[in-house]
Write a protein of this length. Structure first.
Length: 86
């Protein structure tokens, strides 16, 4: 069984960590859906980046920087869900 990301339990006393970890693992239905939503968001970013029309906007590089930030944040959120993939 893969360990959950430390961020899930770092706010808890050691005595409460096991119960919370069990609760996180038990809610795999919701967390799996969240992971799927994040994957859909990544796919949206991929489509936006692949569009040639984005370069018609003189501020396209700011939008690209924003997308890179979005992609990084999605990646960090998916790290929190990495325990779903054992």
């Amino acid at each position: 069984m893969k360990a959950i990301h430390y961020s899930w339990v770092k706010h808890l006393d050691p005595s409460d960590r096991d119960n919370f970890e069990q609760a996180v693992r038990a809610d795999s239905l919701v967390l799996s859906r969240l992971n799927a939503i994040l994957s859909e968001m990544e796919a949206d970013i991929d489509r936006e980046e692949a569009s040639v029309t984005q370069f018609a906007d003189p501020n396209w590089h700011y939008k690209q920087a924003f997308r890179i930030g979005d992609r990084a944040r999605i990646g960090k959120l998916k790290e929190l869900l990495s325990h779903l993939y054992e």
